[in-house]
Structure formats: structure tokens, C-alpha cells
Write a protein that binds this ligand. Structure first.
Ligand code: 4SX
Ligand code: FE2
Length: 364
């Protein structure tokens, strides 16, 4: 039997070696009103400000010691300007440059300091149309792990993952397998149409999730807390501030990943997930979990329906010239239509494997 990594080696036989990616490390979002974004990310979510300029805020969460994991930059169109992965050493930047030149996508090398606190960067437009950066060198700043005096009750610990919307999940999965990402979980139907896949380099469920839909668009970036109660506090706090409209979905327990979750929308509509307690995936034979798209517990373990906006809405992305990237429609059937459409159905799987079916249109 061939393993996924053997498959990806076959596929990439004619390409130079792929860069050694460690993890999803930071994202850059274009926002329309820096003060409004600051009120959300700093005053409510309590991310730590590393640095602030006239047009940008550089943020990190409490356990992070690199300069930033989130950049908010003022601009005309709210969009995602970069998803950044950290590679294992500075030498891997040459590997990345050679690899993406061979792939034939736009590649730029940015000198150290082009982005505050970050060394040299290889910036690419990936084959899925996303603006992606690779870096190694970064300025170290104070790690606030034990600064309990400033954590508050909703302490956010780390950036965990990106979720991207892309029309062809099979193609996107192959591209990431070429980068030696492995699949932890996916969602399929009985015809093997894949609706979503979760892929990782660090030993968790994912660094990037692929969501089937019109793309390239950014679905969300996710930060993790260490405890579930920290997520519940963020909900209570938003209620107390009369900002419950910022809560889009959750709190709940995911089926996929088993993590406890909450989705928020920032003042520009960018979606932020707060996530905690998924599981270890670091052994080479970590089993892949495949969910049936009709299983009503796949996206919420308690069976809570997913709100339509979660499937429909996502942020545009910029190309390397800072222009909004064109969007390609998904041609395969969409999960939203299956799940919330008039003729959708779902079921609750019983312990004996039987399916207790309900037509969603008939649910009360
Ligand atoms: O909604 S899902 O349970 O499929 C899910 C969504 C699982 C993990 C995630 O990080 C996510 O965003
Ligand atoms: Fe997520």
C-alpha cells in the first residue's frame, strides 16, 4: 500500500525539493478602520500589541515570542493580504524560491525588514491563488505565558490555523501534499466528492483547512486558547459589551478535530475562530478520519446546525500586486446546498451504525 507521502513524492517527481514548513505562523488582514479593529482585537480579544504605525498594528497572543502573528493594515478593500508559514531555517527560503519558480507561479523575494520584525521573505501567489509568504528569521519579543496579570479570563495563546476556500479540493490537497502536509480528516459523500480537508505540518489536526467553494477566499484564521472556559468567557464578555452580533457560530464542539470552538466576525467581517483542545497527530501512521457529508455531527458534535453565513461568506484575497484576486466558482456540489438546501438531508448515526434520517426541510 502506498502512503500519502509516497503519493506526493510520485506527483512531485519532476519538481525540486519542497521547502520544510514548520507551521502556520501569521496572517495579514486589510481593514477599513484601524481604530475599530483595534477595539476588537486589542480591547476585546486582548491580543498584545508589539508595534503600531500610522497604517498598521502588529499583534501577537500570549504564548508567542515572534514579533507578530497578525498584522492589521489599513486599506481600501477588506481582504487577506498574506498567509505566512514559518520554514525550518533561513536556508529553506532558497529551497522555497526554487520550488515555486519550478511550479511557475509568481515569486518575489523581500529583503529583511520589508515586513516589520521579520527577516527575508519569499512571497508567492500559490497555485490556488492565495498570497503566501515563507520566512524563518524573526525578532523575538517577550513571551507573556505567565503574565497572568494581563491575560484576563479569555486569554488567547497561539495562532493555530488558516482555513481557505477553494473550488477544487482534490487539486488543493495535491498541492499541499506536494509541500508534505498530511491530511488528518476530511468530509466526503458516497461518490467520494470531497467537500473539505484538514492538513497539517505541526503535530495537531491542521495548519490549513481546505473548504470547498468559490475561491480563492479566506474563510477564517484561528487562534487557540488553552482552556474551554476562556472561549466561554469571550462569549460572556461580548454579551456584556452588547456585541453579541460579533458571534457568528458557536460556542460548540466540532466533530472534525474534536476541538471546542467559537467563530467571531471582526468589524470588517473577517472571520476569526477561537479554538481549543484538538488532538496529537505527530506519529507517521496517524489515522485519517473521513466524515460523511450527511452526518449531522461532523461540523458540530452536538448536532447544532451550521448558520448559512458560515458557508456563504468569506474574505477576498489580494494578489502580490495588492489587487483583489479573481474568484473561480466551484463546479462540484456545495456542502451548503447539501446541508441547508431545500432537498438536503442529514442523519444522526446510531451506535450500531444505523442512520436516523431527517429531511432538513421537515425539521421543526
Ligand atoms: O466545522 S468543522 O467541525 O468541520 C471544523 C471547522 C473543524 C475544525 C475547524 O478548525 C473548523 O474551522
Ligand atoms: Fe478552523
Amino acid at each position: 500500500m502506498s502512503t500519502p507521502s509516497q503519493n506526493s513524492q510520485d506527483r512531485s517527481a519532476n519538481l525540486p525539493p519542497a521547502p520544510d514548513v514548520i507551521r502556520a505562523a501569521s496572517a495579514e488582514l486589510i481593514v477599513s478602520d484601524l481604530a475599530a479593529s483595534r477595539a476588537f482585537y486589542v480591547d476585546v480579544l486582548r491580543l498584545v500589541v508589539t508595534e503600531e504605525t500610522d497604517d498598521a498594528i502588529y499583534l501577537r497572543s500570549f504564548e508567542e515570542y515572534l514579533h507578530h502573528s497578525l498584522v492589521l493594515r489599513k486599506g481600501p478593500v477588506p481582504a487577506c493580504a498574506a498567509l505566512s508559514y514559518r520554514v525550518r531555517s533561513a536556508a529553506e527560503l532558497d529551497v522555497a524560491q526554487t520550488y515555486y519558480q519550478a511550479l511557475g507561479v509568481p515569486v518575489r523575494r523581500l529583503s529583511a525588514g520589508t515586513k516589520r520584525g521579520i527577516g527575508e521573505i519569499v512571497a508567492i501567489e500559490d497555485p490556488l491563488g492565495f498570497p503566501v509568504e515563507f520566512f524563518y528569521d524573526a525578532e523575538h519579543v517577550e513571551r507573556f505565558t505567565q503574565r497572568y496579570d494581563v491575560h484576563g479570563a479569555g486569554a488567547i495563546a497561539r495562532l493555530d490555523h488558516f482555513n481557505v476556500v477553494t473550488p477544487d479540493i482534490a487539486a488543493a490537497r495535491s498541492y499541499y501534499e506536494g509541500l508534505d502536509f498530511k491530511v488528518s480528516e476530511d468530509i466526503q459523500d458516497s461518490d467520494h466528492t470531497v467537500y473539505a480537508a484538514w492538513m497539517y505540518r505541526k503535530a495537531t489536526v491542521h495548519d490549513v483547512a481546505l473548504t470547498g467553494g468559490d475561491g480563492p477566499r479566506l474563510h477564517h484564521i484561528a487562534f487557540s486558547t488553552n482552556e474551554r472556559h476562556q472561549i466561554l468567557h469571550i462569549c460572556d464578555q461580548l454579551g456584556a459589551l452588547r456585541q453579541s452580533d460579533k458571534i457568528e457560530r458557536g460556542p460548540g464542539r466540532h466533530g472534525v478535530s474534536n476541538a471546542f470552538y467559537l467563530y467571531l466576525r471582526d468589524p470588517d467581517g473577517h472571520r476569526i475562530e477561537i479554538y481549543t483542545q484538538d488532538y496529537y497527530t505527530g506519529d507517521p501512521d496517524n489515522p485519517v478520519i473521513t466524515w460523511d457529508v450527511h452526518d449531522n455531527q461532523r461540523r458540530d458534535w452536538w448536532g447544532t446546525p451550521v448558520v448559512p453565513s458560515w458557508y456563504a461568506e468569506a474574505s477576498p484575497v489580494l494578489n502580490l500586486d495588492g489587487e483583489v484576486a479573481d474568484i473561480v466558482e466551484r463546479v462540484e456540489s456545495s456542502e451548503a446546498a447539501l446541508t441547508i438546501g431545500a432537498d438536503g438531508f442529514s442523519y444522526t448515526r446510531r451506535d450500531d451504525g444505523s442512520k436516523e434520517g431527517v429531511k432538513l426541510g421537515e425539521q421543526v
